[in-house]
Every structure is written in C-alpha cells, then in structure tokens.
Write a protein that binds this ligand. Structure first.
Ligand code: ADP
Ligand code: MG
Length: 551
C-alpha cells in the first residue's frame, strides 16, 4: 500500500483531464501542487500576480480548446484572481481556478488568510466546490472540467483547504476518474435550420455577424464555406476577427456603423447582442431588425431583440447543417443590388477618410500611422493581444487578423490589465509564432511586471506600448504648481527599461521609421522585446457618428 497526498492526486487528475498548462503564484498551502504538476509533465508557469495567472489560464483555454488552470494561495491570493475569473465568465471562456484555503479546523478562528472565498466567486462560476475529501479529488476535477468545457464554456473553481493538499491517503482509496470525453456538439432542430435558410433568402439587406463563439467552436471551415457559398456581407466582432480572414471581400468591417444601422436581417453566429453590439436596438440598429440567432446557450436566444429563428446548438455542427442545406439547394445573395452598392460606397468613403491619417508623417505621432506600421510589419500568423481604450479601438480597425483565435483583447467585460497575461499564454502555447501585445500606457501599467515572466521563459513576445502620458492622453509635462489631472501618468516614461531590467530588448521610438525599424528587429529576433512608442498626448480617434456607448 502506498500513500499519496492531495497535491499528487490533484496533479494526476489534472493530467488525466487533459490539462497541459497551469499558471500560478505559489505559496502556502499550494506550492506542492505546482511541484507535483511538473512531475506528471504539466507545464507550470510561475506568474507575478494571481490575476495575470488567471488571465493566462483562460486565454490558454480559448486558444487550445482544452482546460487550463490557475493556481493561487488562500485569502488575498485567491481574491486577487477573482476579477480575472469574472473576465472568463463574461467572455464565456473555460478555465479552472484552484484556490488554496486555510485549514478547515481553524475556520472562524481568524486563521492565516482565512476568507469567504467560495461565496465571493460563486456569482461568476459555472461550478464552484470545496474539495472536502482526498478520495474524491479526481471526481471534483472531472466535474469542473466538464462544467468548464461543455455547453457555453465558463470558469470553474475548486477550493482546497490546506489539509486536503498536504495530508495523505492510501492510493487504493482514491476514486480515479477517466478523462471527460470532448464537449458534445449538439445539432439544431432541422426545422429551424430550414427556417433560417428561408429567412436569409427573403432579406433585402442581410448581414452576418461572426463572434468569438464561432472561434471557440473551431467553426472556421464551416463559417468560411458558408460565406463563400452565400456571398453574404459579414462583420466580425472584435475577437471574431480572423475566423474569416479580415481581407475577405465579403467583409464590411469598414462600414460597420452603416451596416448595423441599415440591415433588415442579421444572422448572429456566436455573438451576443450586448453593449458591444449596441443591444440590437435603435439608434444603432433599425427598429424591428429581424434576427436569426445561433448559440449553444438556449437562454441567450432572444436577449434584447426577439429572434425570428433560434438555432440552438454548436456552431461548427450547425453551420455544417446549414451548408448541407445550401448544398441541396444552392443560393447566393445577389452580386448587384442597392445593399451591396451602399455598403461598397460607405467602405470607400470611410477608407478614404482614414487614409491620410494612416500615411501621416507627423511627429509626435497620432494613433493611425504607427498602427499602419504595425499592420505592415506583423506576420500573418501573429497572435495579437490588445488593450487600452483608443489603442485597442483604433487598432481593431487598422490591424488585420487572418487566422481564428489570433486576437485577444479586453473583451465582453472591457477589462484593462488582461494584456500581459494573455500575451504570456499566447507565447507559451505558440512558441513558434510571434505574439504582439499592443498596450496603451495605462493598460500596460496594470500588469506590466509580467514582462519578467516573458523574459524568464524567453518567449517571442513583442510588447508595444503606445505612450501618451495618461489614461486617454495625459499632460505633456508635469506642472508642480497645479493639481495633477486624474488621468495623468508620468510623462515620457521609459517603459522599455522595465523589460531591459530582465534582459529583454527595449526600444524607445518617436518617429514612424524608427518604430518600423524597431518592430522589424524585435519580430525577427524572436525574443522578448518592448517598444515604447511616444504618441502625441492629444491624439484622438477619427470623429465618430455616435458617442461612446450611444447614451
Ligand atoms: P462576441 O464578443 O465575439 O460578440 P460573445 O462572447 O458576445 O461574442 O458571444 C459568444 C456566444 O457564443 C455566447 O453567447 C456563447 O454562448 C456562444 N457559444 C460559445 N461556444 C459555442 C458553441 N460551441 N456553439 C455555439 N455557440 C457558442
Ligand atoms: Mg494612454
């Protein structure tokens, strides 16, 4: 008879459920879980903050389609991870958070790092349990894996009181569980599939919106086939970009506002009508826009606008059903009609308006010119991580994605601070591709110390900091005689020195050509680099038709 402790049982069970990566910050009482994970061949990545660890775990889950975990200590450690955990809930991304906790028999006594962890995380968790028996650890992990990955994905939480990790039981008493099979891919009701195709045929001004649900479902082949067959105009949501390459000729991204406002029938493919999509309501959409909605979460059908056709199922499976229907009876949206002409005209005008800014030689630079340099320098298979308000918003329009799951950004939750954690995950999972982490100076500040992890692991990540001295652009210099504006950050800060402290390559650039030269070098070197790009602190986005959030 051999004894085994909770940490070793956990590592074996994680391995059995297909976990390849655990990101964490070790300490009492979870350190041995990380050590045991390494013994069974799970890659353990030590991060600098629990929040970044949880961001990395969820990004890994989204990119790989498999469960990935974050590990943190009790009390403050676990609570540090909660905002990131909620980000996974908001994005519908899978992950497992393993939280240490104080010893059960000290509860209520003011134990070391004792906190109401389970209660805190519950509203954001698809599944949350206290692990109360070592024999059942594999069962809890298998349940958490299924909850995270099946149906609409989401984050799951397991809480480990210290004694469950540290004490041992006889191996024979452990109730081992086999790996949960891959997530089921339910098909939609065939009648709904037929109704969806008929509805599409009756639209005057149809529009397809491809969301990150399609990316998660790995439905890129089916979605591309559908657009190729039907030639329907489509828009990608921010992280839906790349499911179909952004340069596809049916993309109407450059006429987004116009397309949303004027379509009479939208087909939502794994995208919610939330704030990002302006709720599907006027003034950003036509009143009474017809909706065909494809989602794996039945309860999502009809949110904000009643759906004329609800397709409940997995996107890869259901788009396959739709393509089969179109194979039987081929149909295409006409090549010459008012809708296509109007969209084309709008695209041409919008592009012409942006063109001078993309080519501007001004120093200090605005947003558009350096984004153009980045667009031209980025390899087509690069992973792009992006956050920061204007940096991300303008970047989304200028930068292209050609492959699915190559864009990770502030997402449904609009979270700042996700960048470095996401970028480290991208680098860990794709060591043979370049990751660009495009940050505003404010965004970078949240989790900037994570560049140490990139250097320690020698990951091919190029951090690009668009530096405008503040949250939305701060003062050009500090004036000690007046109170500092609340959005001010230290002017002309040398963020590149942060990475130099750990042996990474730092660049400080002020001119477009300097930026391009630094980018080309940093990308071809395939090692950690940070390019600090000085921007005009008063640079803004091109004037928009609607104010932010359309109040
Ligand atoms: P975006 O921000 O790109 O618009 P959202 O996160 O708002 O995307 O929406 C994604 C939707 O995709 C969610 O409602 C989610 O339930 C759905 N979804 C996730 N996985 C699948 C899947 N395999 N099949 C169908 N729908 C899915
Ligand atoms: Mg800024």
């Amino acid at each position: 008879m051999a004894a085994i402790d909770g940490a070793a049982i956990t590592a074996r069970a994680l391995k059995e459920q297909g976990v390849e990566y655990v990101y964490g910050v070790v300490g009492i009482p979870v350190t041995t879980i990380a050590i045991e994970c390494q013994k069974v061949g799970i890659k353990y990545v030590g991060m600098r903050h629990e929040q970044a660890a949880a961001y990395a775990a969820q990004a890994t889950g989204y990119m790989t389609g498999r469960l990935s975990a974050a590990l943190c200590v009790s009390g403050p450690g676990m609570l540090n991870a909660v905002a990131a955990f909620a980000n996974a809930w908001s994005n519908c991304w899978p992950m497992l958070l393993i939280g240490g906790a104080s010893d059960s028999d000290q509860r209520g006594q003011g134990a070391f790092q004792e906190a109401a962890q389970l209660e805190t995380i519950r509203p954001f968790a698809k599944y949350a349990q206290v692990v109360d028996s070592q024999a059942r650890i594999p069962a809890y992990i298998e349940q958490a894996a299924r909850a995270a990955l099946y149906g609409r994905p989401g984050p799951t939480y397991l809480e480990y009181p210290a004694e469950v990790i540290l004490s041992s039981v006889e191996e024979e008493t452990v109730n081992w569980k086999p790996a949960a099979p891959p997530a089921p891919r339910p098909m939609a009701d065939p009648a709904a599939v037929a109704a969806a195709v008929s509805a599409l045929k009756t639209a005057q001004r149809p529009l397809v919106v491809v969301g990150k649900g399609a990316a998660w479902s790995r439905a890129e082949d089916e979605v591309r086939e559908f657009i190729d067959r039907t030639k329907l105009p489509y828009l990608a949501s921010p992280m839906g970009k790349g499911v179909i390459p952004d340069d596809d000729k049916n993309s109407v991204a450059a006429a987004r506002t116009f397309a949303l406002q004027n379509t009479d029938l939208v087909f939502l493919v794994g995208a919610r009508l939330n704030w990002i999509m302006h709720f599907g309501l006027p003034p950003r959409w036509a009143p009474n826009v017809r909706v065909i909605q494809l989602d794996i979460a039945a309860e999502e059908i009809g949110t904000n606008v009643p759906a004329e056709v609800g397709l409940v199922g997995d996107i890869k499976a259901v788009m396959g059903q739709i393509n089969a229907e179109l194979e039987k009876e081929p149909w295409q949206f006409g090549q010459e009609n008012d809708w296509r002409d109007a969209l084309k005209e709008k695209i041409t005008t919008n592009q012409a308006n942006t063109e001078p800014m993309l080519n501007a030689d001004d120093v200090p630079m605005g947003y558009y010119r350096p984004l153009r340099e980045l667009r031209d320098a980025m390899p087509k298979d690069a992973i792009l991580v992006s956050e920061g308000a204007s940096t991300m918003d303008i970047g989304r329009q200028v930068l292209n994605n050609y492959l699915p799951r190559t864009r990770l950004d502030a997402g449904s939750f609009g979270t700042m601070g996700v960048g470095p954690g996401f970028a480290i995950a991208a680098g860990v999972v794709n060591p043979d591709r370049v990751t660009i982490d495009l940050e505003g100076d404010s965004g970078f500040g949240f989790d900037g110390m994570e560049v140490e992890v990139a250097c320690r692991l020698n990951l091919p990540i190029v951090f690009v900091v668009f530096n405008n001295n503040g949250i939305g652009g701060g003062p050009a210099k500090l004036d000690p005689s007046r109170p500092l504006p609340p959005n001010a950050l230290y002017p002309l800060a040398h963020y590149e020195k942060v990475i130099e402290a750990f042996g990474g390559d730092g660049y400080y650039v002020e001119k477009p050509e300097e930026f391009r030269e630094a980018l080309d070098k940093a990308i071809s070197n395939r090692r950690p680099a940070l390019i600090n790009v000085v921007l005009d602190p008063v640079a803004r986005r091109r004037p928009q038709q609607f104010a932010w959030l359309t109040r």
